[in-house]
Design a protein. Structure first.
Length: 177
């Protein structure tokens, strides 16, 4: 079945929230796992869960291989949403120097990613470990690179997972005896 960009976006959202529902309790309940997850290799393992999620959603929805234009949209739309959320939260957080109440809203936006995108949250925590001060973080290209990766990797890995081959029933297997 040919999939529209809206169908692929909805499929990504479903798979994304399943991955988050699996990762968030692990990060919260298991201190050892949390310490491991916020390392560079740890968050990569969490991100790798998007590959089987993409494969599963693609198999359940019977998606065909998309055209290159549809593939770019399938990756770009969720990434733009994530980048927009992170950028608004970060700018509000930076605005806390002038308006403390606005900074609180930005903090809550950034912290809400724990419940909305746990693997990306683990990546952001891994980026925080290397920065000694807030000023260093605000000027760090590594922080902005992690924001870029946190928004791009989930839809990219999900899309690559949706391209994995699926077993198709033959006519002989489809016949009920």
């Amino acid at each position: 079945m040919t999939s529209s960009p809206a169908s692929r976006f909805g499929g990504f959202a479903a798979g994304h929230f399943v991955v988050t529902a699996l990762c968030a309790p692990l990060l919260f309940c298991l201190p050892y796992f949390f310490d491991t997850a916020v390392t560079p290799l740890g968050w990569l393992w969490l991100m790798a869960l998007y590959i089987p999620a993409g494969w599963s959603v693609s198999a359940l929805r019977n998606w065909e291989r998309p055209s290159p234009k549809e593939g770019v949209k399938a990756i770009l739309y969720p990434a733009l949403l994530a980048w927009g959320w992170a950028l608004v939260g970060w700018l509000l957080f930076l605005a806390s120097l002038a308006w403390p109440a606005v900074g609180t809203a930005g903090s809550f936006m950034l912290l809400s990613t724990y419940f909305l995108a746990a693997p990306s949250f683990a990546l952001m925590l891994a980026a925080l470990q290397g920065e000694p001060t807030f000023a260093a973080l605000a000027l760090s290209p590594g922080w902005y690179g992690c924001m870029l990766l946190a928004g791009l990797l989930p839809p990219l890995l999900f899309f690559l997972g949706s391209l994995l081959p699926k077993r198709r029933l033959t006519k002989a297997e489809n016949v009920i005896e």
